[in-house]
Write a protein that binds this ligand. Structure first.
Ligand SMILES: [Mn+2]
Length: 274
């Protein structure tokens, strides 16, 4: 397959070192692209999970060596540690094997626009995100339905009425969608306050690109379930790419609607969301 030549690639939430990491698809993605800039936007190596259990396969090693090879071949590789690799934050300002470590970074686009890049966990406290992670966590639908059956079997034994766990969680997921909207809004507001043209982040495992109040919000998604990356084309335009068995461009910047309805209720710092 031919190699795509792009200006910059942003990936995050790879969670290397865990069995959830879709290393095969990421490796294929990295091998299929040439780029001037590679931004590793946090939670790349899951040092947090690796304290309990290490799942670091040959494929994970190959991802690391592919990144090192890109750096050797002239790609500027910028690593912004997230909350799962926060221990690497002590190395901010340093460079290892051609990889620069930064707390956050400002990316200058081909067309002169400037984008603020950070992992995104810095918004957790404002969003009371702990609850969000409990709700959205790593459950699958089948597992949920099985739990639902088990739970209601137990409730019958206890002569308690049927209670839908799935239904309950679905209402919480409605709240999760609201959480995502507020996260996007807070990031965009920060970019505007700092006078940048946009914000690039990850963290919430939900890729997206939206124009919010004149600022471009971009989330590069994850390589645990969605396998998405944010790409800056040679002309400075952004695109969201999905790269698994199917490879497709999910969204191009010029296709975005010009008008975005901002949230009716502004988010207050420390205000309860969920
Ligand atoms: Mn994170």
């Amino acid at each position: 397959m031919s190699t795509r030549n792009v200006r910059a690639v942003f990936i995050s939430d790879v969670h290397l070192g865990t069995s959830d990491c879709q290393a095969q698809y990421l490796l294929d993605f990295l091998r299929s692209h040439r780029m001037d800039f590679l931004y590793l936007v946090g939670d790349i190596v899951d040092l947090l999970s690796m304290r309990k259990r290490v799942h670091f396969t040959a494929l994970h090693e190959e991802v690391v060596s592919q990144v090192l090879q890109l750096a050797r071949q002239g790609t500027r590789v910028i690593y912004i540690p997230g909350n799962h690799d926060a221990r690497l934050r002590r190395f901010c300002g340093q460079k290892f094997w051609g990889i620069e470590v930064h707390r956050h970074y400002v990316h200058a686009c081909a067309d002169g626009r400037r984008f603020f890049v950070s992992h995104g966990d810095e918004f957790d406290s404002a969003l009371h995100a702990g609850v969000f992670w409990h709700v959205v966590g790593d459950f699958s639908h089948t597992l949920l339905l099985r739990l639902n059956t088990l739970l209601n079997g137990a409730r019958r034994l206890l002569k308690l009425p049927y209670w839908s766990l799935a239904g309950y969680l679905k209402t919480r997921i409605g709240k999760a969608a609201e959480f995502i909207r507020r996260f996007e809004w807070i990031a965009a507001r920060k970019a505007r306050e700092l006078n940048y043209d946009g914000y690039v982040c990850g963290h919430i495992h939900h890729s997206g690109m939206r124009r919010i109040d004149g600022v471009l919000y971009c989330n590069d998604g994850d390589w645990v379930e969605h396998c998405t990356a944010l790409v800056e084309e040679r002309n400075g335009q952004f695109a969201l790419v999905h790269w698994a068995d199917r490879k497709e461009v999910l969204l191009r910047e010029h296709e975005l609607k010009e008008h975005w309805n901002p949230l009716p209720v502004p988010v207050t710092e420390g205000g309860r969301i969920l």
